[in-house]
Design a protein around this ligand. Sequence first.
Ligand code: PGA
Length: 251
Amino acid sequence: MRKKIIAGNWKMNMTSDVARDLVDGIKAKLPNPLNADVVVCPPFTVLKSVADRIAGSAVDLGAQNMHWEKSGAYTGEVSPEMLRDVMCNYVILGHSERRAYFGETDEMVNRKAKAALAMNLKPIICVGETLEEREADKTKQVVETQVRGSLAELGAKGWADAIIAYEPVWAIGTGRTATPEQAQEVHAFIRSIVRDMAGAALADAMRIQYGGSMKPDNAKELLSQPDIDGGLIGGAALKADSFLAIVQAAC
Ligand code: PGA
């Protein structure tokens, strides 16, 4: 059985004092037993203070982006090694906001994924279609291209460590969630592509998260779909109560 994974994508929110309060609130009320991996992904500037705060707890740490190079003249960038240095175990890559506003391509996401894996960071690789693409009946085509491009040549260990997040762009931050059936259909399709690329065993083990307006009141239904293995949560991850309710729904 795949262990569910709930990750909070804080995006460009939180200064250190609010971030500490949020993780304290999450830590204090984690479900017991906890049958899911719980990850918070704060902005770079508060990674260290959040890392100190969650040390020894069941909450794990991820970043929201990184560069593929180890070090050097890349003003403004952060390397995989730097993320390890502040105790990150995960990194979100290729989020649709990075693709849309910062020009990230599948090739860049693939370079980042390989660099992350080489530093033992688990990449959460995001894919998903826009509303226009869905309405033009291109969802599968777009998602297949993104999966094949972003996850090319990861190797067996890479496939085992990588996580995919299916995030329909039209559902992100809009309050408009994919129905469980719509999400399940794409998740099953993604798993079939992984099967083709990496074989049945790795495809069966691959965790595929759903993201896009996942909230306490829709989490249970989404998470009970056979191919939905967790959530990547934006807005609802900024408050301990709503984030914890989604974690509870996964347990
Ligand atoms: P949302 O964001 O939950 O606010 O829709 C999800 C994401 O962008 O990862």
